[in-house]
Design a protein around this ligand. Structure first.
Ligand code: G1P
Length: 287
């Protein structure tokens, strides 16, 4: 079955980025000059998906506005003959069909994904977390879709992480099938280093079968008092085949300050219009 729909949970409060997230959604923080959520939406488009549901919450209105038309701004850019900027601004509102639904209470990622139930219906779908920006040759989601086409089962996208960091992630264990694919036997959300079965972490990319909705309906609160997607997936792997796929690409945790700064520097250095000046500045710092 073709993957036609993607879900971006974006209801989190962004407490790691206070004070700016007091009034600005963390998904709107720019890496250079583009909101982080636009990188995710562009990955979705480049992977051939046409419908996106963004799960929002209070104070997230600017996300919708970003993907809508901006008539006054467009008029102004047209009058002042700023053609390139005009095209850029228009492109964003024409990108893709964006749907939104509000998660009324911040009950956790599992609950946020459950809010996508009626949008998704009875077909497998993609989930992309906004804190995980992946820079890769082939879009990360496209790699995941190719895996799904091969296995026709839930695919969890991840990579090995430093053992010191396993407690930040959903961790999978299972049997190795190839260099990049594991058949998942168990999952645990944010285990202590001593208790982690492996260091293979889920890094914000999922293709999930609709069975997950039945499970999430009855999933109890887990780590942090939240309904965890990982707990739902743990149950799913007892009922259906679930695979973990270690994707190619550099993943940035843009929800952390260090990850955000790393992404900012790396992405700026990739830009033709900024590289030389920025490099010259970094060299002057003599770090
Ligand atoms: C979430 C998931 C976790 C996953 C991580 C990836 O955690 O619950 O399983 O490994 O995203 O970034 P969060 O970072 O929202 O605490």
């Amino acid at each position: 079955m073709k993957i036609r729909k993607a879900v971006i949970p974006a209801a989190g409060l962004g407490t790691r980025f206070l004070p700016v997230t007091k009034s600005i959604p963390k998904e709107m923080l720019p890496i250079v000059d583009k909101p982080t959520i636009q990188y995710i939406v562009e990955e979705i488009i480049a992977s051939g998906i046409e419908d996106v549901l963004i799960i929002t919450g209070r104070n997230k209105g600017s996300i919708e506005e970003h993907f809508d038309r901006a008539i006054e701004l467009e008029d102004n850019l047209e009058k002042t003959q700023k053609q390139e900027l005009l095209e850029e601004v228009r492109k964003i509102s024409r990108m893709i069909n964006i749907h939104t639904v509000r998660q009324k209470d911040p009950l956790g990622l599992g609950h946020a994904v459950y809010c996508a139930k009626s949008f998704v219906g009875n077909e497998p779908f993609a989930v992309l977390l906004g804190d995980d920006v992946v820079d890769s040759q082939k879009p990360c989601l496209k790699q995941m879709i190719e895996m799904f086409e091969q296995y026709n089962s839930t695919i969890l996208g991840g990579q090995r992480v430093e053992w010191e960091n396993v407690s930040k992630y959903g961790i999978v264990s299972g049997n190795k099938i190839s260099d990049t694919v594991y058949s998942v036997k168990d999952l645990v959300e944010k285990p202590a280093k001593e208790k982690a079965p492996t260091n293979i972490a889920i890094l914000g990319r999922y293709i999930i079968t609709p069975k997950i909705f039945e499970i999430l309906e009855n999933t109890h609160k887990g780590v942090g008092g939240e309904i965890q997607l990982t707990d739902g997936l743990r149950e799913l792997c007892n009922i259906e085949d679930v695979y973990a796929y270690t994707f190619e690409g550099r993943r940035y945790d843009v929800g952390s300050k260090i990850g955000f700064l790393e992404a900012t520097v790396d992405f700026a250095l990739k830009r033709d219009d900024l590289r030389d000046d920025f490099k010259a500045y970094l060299n002057k710092l003599n770090l």
